[in-house]
Write a protein that binds this ligand. Structure first.
Ligand code: ADP
Ligand code: 5GP
Length: 200
Protein backbone atom coordinates (compact mmCIF):
# COMPACT_ATOMS: atom_id res chain seq x y z
CA UNK A 1 0.00 0.00 0.00
CA UNK A 2 1.17 3.58 -0.66
CA UNK A 3 -0.41 6.95 0.16
CA UNK A 4 -0.58 10.20 -1.80
CA UNK A 5 -2.24 13.16 0.02
CA UNK A 6 -3.90 10.70 2.40
CA UNK A 7 -5.36 8.68 -0.48
CA UNK A 8 -4.73 4.95 -0.10
CA UNK A 9 -3.41 3.34 -3.27
CA UNK A 10 -2.84 -0.41 -3.68
CA UNK A 11 0.68 -1.34 -4.75
CA UNK A 12 -0.86 -3.79 -7.21
CA UNK A 13 -2.66 -1.59 -9.74
CA UNK A 14 -4.00 -4.36 -11.98
CA UNK A 15 -7.75 -4.46 -12.67
CA UNK A 16 -9.80 -6.51 -10.20
CA UNK A 17 -12.37 -8.99 -11.45
CA UNK A 18 -15.07 -9.67 -8.85
CA UNK A 19 -17.33 -12.65 -9.37
CA UNK A 20 -19.70 -14.85 -7.38
CA UNK A 21 -23.27 -16.08 -7.53
CA UNK A 22 -26.07 -13.58 -7.96
CA UNK A 23 -27.03 -12.33 -4.48
CA UNK A 24 -23.64 -13.08 -2.92
CA UNK A 25 -23.07 -9.39 -2.25
CA UNK A 26 -20.72 -8.33 -5.06
CA UNK A 27 -22.47 -5.01 -5.74
CA UNK A 28 -22.77 -4.24 -2.03
CA UNK A 29 -19.05 -4.80 -1.42
CA UNK A 30 -18.00 -2.95 -4.58
CA UNK A 31 -20.21 0.01 -3.65
CA UNK A 32 -18.60 0.14 -0.21
CA UNK A 33 -15.17 0.16 -1.83
CA UNK A 34 -16.15 3.01 -4.17
CA UNK A 35 -17.73 4.97 -1.32
CA UNK A 36 -14.54 4.71 0.78
CA UNK A 37 -12.10 5.23 -2.11
CA UNK A 38 -13.86 7.33 -4.74
CA UNK A 39 -10.72 8.47 -6.54
CA UNK A 40 -8.89 5.15 -6.55
CA UNK A 41 -11.27 2.78 -8.32
CA UNK A 42 -13.50 2.99 -11.38
CA UNK A 43 -16.26 0.62 -12.42
CA UNK A 44 -16.21 -1.16 -15.77
CA UNK A 45 -19.74 -0.40 -16.99
CA UNK A 46 -20.93 -3.52 -18.78
CA UNK A 47 -23.51 -3.79 -21.53
CA UNK A 48 -26.58 -5.90 -20.88
CA UNK A 49 -29.88 -6.82 -22.48
CA UNK A 50 -31.63 -7.14 -19.11
CA UNK A 51 -34.08 -4.46 -18.11
CA UNK A 52 -32.98 -1.81 -15.60
CA UNK A 53 -34.02 -2.26 -11.96
CA UNK A 54 -35.53 0.72 -10.19
CA UNK A 55 -32.75 3.21 -9.53
CA UNK A 56 -30.32 1.77 -12.08
CA UNK A 57 -29.14 4.47 -14.48
CA UNK A 58 -28.06 3.84 -18.03
CA UNK A 59 -24.30 4.37 -18.36
CA UNK A 60 -23.76 4.03 -14.57
CA UNK A 61 -24.95 0.55 -13.56
CA UNK A 62 -24.92 -0.78 -17.11
CA UNK A 63 -25.38 0.30 -20.69
CA UNK A 64 -28.86 -1.12 -21.28
CA UNK A 65 -29.19 -2.24 -24.90
CA UNK A 66 -31.44 -4.48 -26.96
CA UNK A 67 -30.30 -7.91 -28.10
CA UNK A 68 -29.72 -6.96 -31.73
CA UNK A 69 -27.46 -4.03 -30.71
CA UNK A 70 -25.51 -6.32 -28.40
CA UNK A 71 -25.20 -9.07 -31.02
CA UNK A 72 -23.87 -6.56 -33.54
CA UNK A 73 -21.31 -5.34 -30.99
CA UNK A 74 -20.26 -8.96 -30.35
CA UNK A 75 -19.83 -9.51 -34.10
CA UNK A 76 -17.80 -6.31 -34.30
CA UNK A 77 -15.51 -7.69 -31.56
CA UNK A 78 -16.16 -4.79 -29.21
CA UNK A 79 -16.16 -7.01 -26.10
CA UNK A 80 -13.27 -8.40 -24.07
CA UNK A 81 -15.72 -11.05 -22.87
CA UNK A 82 -19.45 -11.69 -23.04
CA UNK A 83 -21.86 -14.32 -21.77
CA UNK A 84 -25.52 -15.25 -21.49
CA UNK A 85 -26.72 -15.29 -17.88
CA UNK A 86 -30.26 -16.11 -16.67
CA UNK A 87 -31.69 -15.33 -20.11
CA UNK A 88 -29.81 -12.09 -20.81
CA UNK A 89 -26.57 -11.10 -22.50
CA UNK A 90 -23.84 -9.32 -20.55
CA UNK A 91 -20.45 -8.10 -21.77
CA UNK A 92 -17.41 -6.00 -20.94
CA UNK A 93 -16.50 -3.70 -23.80
CA UNK A 94 -12.91 -2.76 -24.54
CA UNK A 95 -14.11 0.85 -24.27
CA UNK A 96 -15.55 0.38 -20.75
CA UNK A 97 -12.19 -0.68 -19.36
CA UNK A 98 -10.37 1.99 -21.37
CA UNK A 99 -12.67 4.68 -19.93
CA UNK A 100 -11.61 3.75 -16.38
CA UNK A 101 -7.94 3.58 -17.30
CA UNK A 102 -8.16 6.98 -19.04
CA UNK A 103 -9.14 8.43 -15.64
CA UNK A 104 -6.05 6.87 -14.05
CA UNK A 105 -8.18 4.60 -11.87
CA UNK A 106 -7.97 0.91 -11.01
CA UNK A 107 -10.69 -0.90 -12.92
CA UNK A 108 -13.19 -3.09 -11.03
CA UNK A 109 -15.19 -5.59 -13.09
CA UNK A 110 -18.29 -7.43 -11.80
CA UNK A 111 -18.78 -10.43 -14.11
CA UNK A 112 -20.06 -14.01 -13.93
CA UNK A 113 -18.01 -17.19 -14.17
CA UNK A 114 -18.05 -17.73 -17.96
CA UNK A 115 -16.75 -14.20 -18.37
CA UNK A 116 -14.02 -14.95 -15.83
CA UNK A 117 -12.91 -17.94 -17.88
CA UNK A 118 -12.74 -15.80 -21.04
CA UNK A 119 -10.76 -13.08 -19.27
CA UNK A 120 -8.35 -15.79 -18.05
CA UNK A 121 -7.76 -16.83 -21.66
CA UNK A 122 -7.39 -13.26 -22.91
CA UNK A 123 -4.09 -11.37 -22.94
CA UNK A 124 -5.95 -8.06 -22.57
CA UNK A 125 -6.41 -7.45 -18.82
CA UNK A 126 -4.13 -9.60 -16.64
CA UNK A 127 -6.32 -8.81 -13.58
CA UNK A 128 -6.59 -10.13 -10.03
CA UNK A 129 -9.55 -12.51 -9.58
CA UNK A 130 -11.76 -12.36 -6.47
CA UNK A 131 -14.65 -14.71 -5.67
CA UNK A 132 -17.41 -13.53 -3.32
CA UNK A 133 -19.35 -16.40 -1.76
CA UNK A 134 -22.22 -16.57 0.68
CA UNK A 135 -21.90 -19.11 3.51
CA UNK A 136 -24.25 -21.46 1.66
CA UNK A 137 -26.93 -21.54 -1.03
CA UNK A 138 -29.78 -21.09 1.46
CA UNK A 139 -28.43 -17.69 2.44
CA UNK A 140 -28.23 -16.82 -1.23
CA UNK A 141 -31.89 -17.54 -1.79
CA UNK A 142 -32.83 -15.50 1.30
CA UNK A 143 -30.78 -12.53 0.09
CA UNK A 144 -32.16 -12.67 -3.44
CA UNK A 145 -35.71 -12.82 -2.07
CA UNK A 146 -34.88 -9.96 0.30
CA UNK A 147 -33.53 -7.85 -2.58
CA UNK A 148 -36.85 -8.43 -4.36
CA UNK A 149 -35.57 -7.33 -7.77
CA UNK A 150 -36.39 -10.45 -9.80
CA UNK A 151 -39.54 -12.27 -10.75
CA UNK A 152 -39.87 -15.79 -9.32
CA UNK A 153 -38.79 -17.36 -12.62
CA UNK A 154 -35.74 -15.06 -12.94
CA UNK A 155 -34.86 -15.81 -9.32
CA UNK A 156 -34.99 -19.55 -10.05
CA UNK A 157 -32.69 -19.08 -13.07
CA UNK A 158 -30.19 -17.29 -10.83
CA UNK A 159 -30.33 -19.99 -8.15
CA UNK A 160 -29.85 -22.65 -10.79
CA UNK A 161 -26.79 -20.80 -12.15
CA UNK A 162 -25.46 -20.57 -8.58
CA UNK A 163 -25.84 -24.34 -8.09
CA UNK A 164 -24.05 -25.07 -11.38
CA UNK A 165 -21.23 -22.64 -10.58
CA UNK A 166 -20.82 -23.59 -6.91
CA UNK A 167 -18.39 -26.50 -7.43
CA UNK A 168 -16.79 -25.08 -10.57
CA UNK A 169 -15.84 -21.91 -8.73
CA UNK A 170 -13.70 -23.93 -6.35
CA UNK A 171 -11.45 -25.24 -9.10
CA UNK A 172 -7.94 -24.84 -7.64
CA UNK A 173 -6.06 -21.80 -8.87
CA UNK A 174 -9.06 -20.07 -10.46
CA UNK A 175 -9.13 -17.26 -7.89
CA UNK A 176 -6.48 -15.19 -6.17
CA UNK A 177 -8.80 -14.53 -3.25
CA UNK A 178 -12.08 -15.98 -1.92
CA UNK A 179 -14.15 -13.76 0.38
CA UNK A 180 -16.98 -15.36 2.36
CA UNK A 181 -19.65 -12.71 2.73
CA UNK A 182 -21.35 -13.73 5.96
CA UNK A 183 -21.12 -10.64 8.16
CA UNK A 184 -20.81 -7.72 5.75
CA UNK A 185 -18.25 -5.78 7.82
CA UNK A 186 -15.97 -8.83 8.10
CA UNK A 187 -16.24 -9.53 4.38
CA UNK A 188 -15.44 -5.92 3.53
CA UNK A 189 -12.42 -5.93 5.84
CA UNK A 190 -11.17 -9.13 4.23
CA UNK A 191 -11.62 -7.74 0.70
CA UNK A 192 -10.01 -4.45 1.65
CA UNK A 193 -7.05 -6.18 3.22
CA UNK A 194 -6.53 -8.29 0.12
CA UNK A 195 -6.75 -5.31 -2.27
CA UNK A 196 -4.56 -2.93 -0.26
CA UNK A 197 -2.36 -5.52 1.38
CA UNK A 198 -3.19 -3.97 4.75
CA UNK A 199 -6.07 -3.86 7.22
CA UNK A 200 -8.67 -1.11 6.66
P1 ADP B 1 -24.88 -9.35 -6.05
O1 ADP B 1 -24.37 -8.02 -6.54
O2 ADP B 1 -23.79 -10.33 -5.80
O3 ADP B 1 -25.99 -9.93 -6.89
P2 ADP B 1 -26.02 -7.76 -3.87
O4 ADP B 1 -24.85 -6.92 -3.47
O5 ADP B 1 -27.11 -7.12 -4.67
O6 ADP B 1 -25.53 -9.11 -4.60
O7 ADP B 1 -26.62 -8.39 -2.53
C1 ADP B 1 -27.82 -9.17 -2.56
C2 ADP B 1 -28.70 -8.75 -1.36
O8 ADP B 1 -28.09 -9.21 -0.17
C3 ADP B 1 -28.88 -7.25 -1.25
O9 ADP B 1 -30.21 -6.99 -0.82
C4 ADP B 1 -27.86 -6.86 -0.17
O10 ADP B 1 -28.26 -5.72 0.54
C5 ADP B 1 -27.84 -8.10 0.71
N1 ADP B 1 -26.55 -8.37 1.36
C6 ADP B 1 -25.32 -8.28 0.83
N2 ADP B 1 -24.39 -8.67 1.72
C7 ADP B 1 -25.04 -9.03 2.84
C8 ADP B 1 -24.64 -9.53 4.13
N3 ADP B 1 -23.35 -9.76 4.43
N4 ADP B 1 -25.60 -9.82 5.03
C9 ADP B 1 -26.90 -9.62 4.75
N5 ADP B 1 -27.36 -9.14 3.56
C10 ADP B 1 -26.43 -8.86 2.61
P1 5GP C 1 -27.27 -8.63 -12.51
O1 5GP C 1 -28.33 -8.87 -13.55
O2 5GP C 1 -27.66 -9.16 -11.15
O3 5GP C 1 -26.79 -7.20 -12.48
O4 5GP C 1 -26.01 -9.49 -12.96
C1 5GP C 1 -26.15 -10.86 -13.21
C2 5GP C 1 -24.80 -11.50 -13.39
O5 5GP C 1 -24.18 -10.95 -14.55
C3 5GP C 1 -23.85 -11.23 -12.23
O6 5GP C 1 -23.23 -12.47 -11.88
C4 5GP C 1 -22.83 -10.27 -12.79
O7 5GP C 1 -21.55 -10.47 -12.21
C5 5GP C 1 -22.83 -10.68 -14.25
N1 5GP C 1 -22.33 -9.63 -15.15
C6 5GP C 1 -22.53 -8.30 -15.08
N2 5GP C 1 -21.87 -7.69 -16.09
C7 5GP C 1 -21.23 -8.66 -16.78
C8 5GP C 1 -20.38 -8.67 -17.92
O8 5GP C 1 -20.02 -7.65 -18.50
N3 5GP C 1 -19.93 -9.88 -18.34
C9 5GP C 1 -20.27 -11.04 -17.73
N4 5GP C 1 -19.76 -12.16 -18.22
N5 5GP C 1 -21.07 -11.08 -16.66
C10 5GP C 1 -21.55 -9.90 -16.19
Amino acid sequence: MSTTSNVLIPLDKRPIVVTGPSGSGKSTLIQKLFASHPTTFGFSVSHTTRRPRPGEEDGIAYYFVDRSTMEKMIQDKQFIEHAEFAGNLYGTSVQAVQDVEDHGKICILDIELNGVRQVKESPQLHPRFVLIQPKDLTVLEDRLRGRATESESDLQKRLQAARVDWEAAHQPGLFDKIVINDRLEDAYRDLHQYIFGDPE
